[in-house]
Ligand binder design. Structure first.
Ligand code: GUN
Length: 283
């Protein structure tokens, strides 16, 4: 079998048309959606993510702090942004330097402006299947399933990775949609036993080309959340996912590429969450 590729750029462009129309309508009513991003330190990957997020927004501000910033200064800024009615979304880029208590910072963001969906209350709402902001990457993956009419109810889904940003919320969303979900991670024994059973396989491990064709059930839907930069050999500098696309696409029925798969959807869902927040503020 040769898998069909899901074009994340094309889907993101379609979703963004709707978001742009909603943003325009809000702007006409004097409520231009605005995102505030806090970046602490100079992690190059974080800087690239933030640049891409900001470039996608019409109105965004970046608050940039050095790696040795006093956490209180950031907490004070968050309090200010929470109270600023012209700001609809607040995002603190992770990871934070070691002097920060990440949970404390995330919980200092007003739930109404928590467009990343990382606040404990947003996570709690998601786990209970209640309405709230959903983390952007797994939300973007769900949009991909929807656009491709992938049946989730009753499906065997395997998520590789248990991060708070992707793996855990992905597992919750799939559970809420009726899938039977297994979460695998670095301590999982016999990973292939699990992955071979998956109708839907989501890889979010951060290891280049970790998932190979022999680990995949024929006809599975394979979603690659990884964004890894190769450092060695002829391909040094090139981006690749957590899935070995060449071997996986011979076994799967549907697969996402890297780049051009999940990545564009993540930023799109951030924009959607910011517009949703602005709509709530305007109504
Ligand atoms: N670090 C890596 N991915 C993300 C993300 O989606 N949001 C934030 N805030 N930080 C990240």
């Amino acid at each position: 079998m040769t898998a069909r590729t899901i074009d994340g750029n094309a889907l993101a462009a379609r979703v963004r048309e709707d978001i742009a129309a909603r943003a325009e309508e809000l702007a006409a009513r004097g409520e231009q959606p605005c995102l505030a991003v806090i970046l602490v330190g100079s992690d190059p990957a974080s800087a690239v993510y933030v640049r891409n997020k900001v470039a996608a927004c019409e109105k965004a501000g970046v608050f940039d702090y050095p790696a040795d910033a006093d956490p209180q200064v950031v907490m004070d800024r968050l309090a200010e942004l929470n109270g600023d009615t012209s700001v609809h979304g607040i995002l603190v880029q992770l990871p934070l330097p070691p002097q920060f208590d990440e949970s404390e910072v995330l919980e200092a963001i007003s739930v109404e402006k928590d467009v990343d969906g990382f606040h404990a209350e947003s996570v709690g709402r998601l786990s209970q299947g209640q309405q709230g902001f959903i983390p952007c990457t797994p939300h973007g993956v769900m949009k991909m399933f929807e656009s491709e009419n992938v049946p989730l109810s009753g499906a065997e889904a395997v998520v590789i990775g248990r991060s708070n940003i992707v793996g855990k919320p992905m597992a919750m969303l799939l559970t809420n949609a009726g899938a039977t979900v297994t979460v695998c991670h670095s301590r999982t024994r016999d990973l292939t036993f699990h992955t071979k059973r998956a109708d839907i396989l989501v890889a979010a491990v951060g290891k280049p080309r970790f998932v190979t064709g022999d680990m995949i059930k024929p006809g599975a839907v394979v979603i690659d959340v990884g964004i890894n930069r190769l450092t060695e050999g002829e391909e040094a500098g090139k981006l690749c996912g957590d899935v070995d696309f060449a071997s996986a696409s011979e076994v799967a029925s549907l697969i996402t590429p890297v780049p051009g798969g999940v990545g564009p959807m993540t930023i799109t869902m951030l924009l959607e969450n910011t517009v949703i927040s602005a709509e709530r503020a305007a109504n």
